[in-house]
Design a binder for this molecule. Structure first.
Ligand SMILES: Nc1nc2c(ncn2[C@@H]2O[C@H](COP(=O)(O)OP(=O)(O)OP(=O)(O)O)[C@@H](O)[C@H]2O)c(=O)[nH]1
Ligand SMILES: [Mg+2]
Length: 190
């Protein structure tokens, strides 16, 4: 099981991003209350990987709850809105909170610019500065058009698996498909 938690300011498209990935569709949803949880299975090479995806609320009134969801995350998707420069400036606050809360030393933090379809091109300079400041991987996506959604998740999970290569027997996390058929010998990483 890979625990993925999505964080960032309100109204930047976190829920739409998750919903596009999990349901392969774009639909506008209400602001998230607290946190929502999704499951998805991803095929990488010969392996089936179970993803636990937590969609947190960006609104200030829920902020005190959010650390509880991401403190033991494997992957944090730290998002900002490519049409709203203010949301990019808030990334450093989010990063500070994450750094003081994360307990998994191998956790991967990934920057995601959302709403690529309405990107404000004047943000490119700010984005370059952000990428120079943090050495995190960076992706731009659009939940509306579906651009770069599947590829982003695939790359992120692949990278996470590469940096956590230890496999152990356990049916809950990674299942080798060729072995699944015969119901023998399951694998898990950690
Ligand atoms: N143009 C465009 N609009 C988007 C995209 N993704 C989301 N939106 C719009 O942005 C608004 C907010 O989307 P949400 O996914 O609810 O935002 P959120 O970050 O989950 O907000 P909170 O739950 O309050 O933290 C909605 O009106 C969406 O229709 C996108 O890729 N492109
Ligand atoms: Mg939401």
């Amino acid at each position: 099981m890979v625990k993925i938690v999505i964080l960032g300011d309100p109204n930047i498209g976190k829920s739409c991003l998750i919903s596009r990935y999990v349901n392969s569709a774009f639909s506008t949803v209400d602001p998230t209350v607290g946190c929502n949880y999704f499951r998805k299975e991803l095929l990488i090479d010969d392996f089936k990987i179970k993803l636990d995806i937590w969609d947190t609320a960006g609104q200030e009134k829920y902020r005190s709850l959010t650390p509880m969801y991401y403190r033991n995350a494997d992957v944090i998707l730290l998002c900002f809105d490519l049409s709203e420069p203010r949301t990019l400036r808030d990334i450093s606050n989010w990063n500070n909170s994450i750094k003081t809360t994360l307990i998994n030393p191998n956790a991967q933090i990934v920057l995601i610019g959302t709403k690529l379809d309405i990107k404000n091109l004047s943000m490119n300079e700010l984005i370059d500065d952000l990428r120079a400041k943090y050495s995190y991987d960076y992706y731009e996506t659009s939940a509306k058009t579906g651009d770069n959604i599947d590829e982003t998740f695939l790359n992120i999970v692949k990278k996470f698996l590469e940096s956590n290569p230890k496999l152990e027997p356990n049916e809950k996390t990674i299942v080798k498909l060729s072995q699944e058929q015969s119901k023998t010998n399951y694998c898990r990483f950690f």
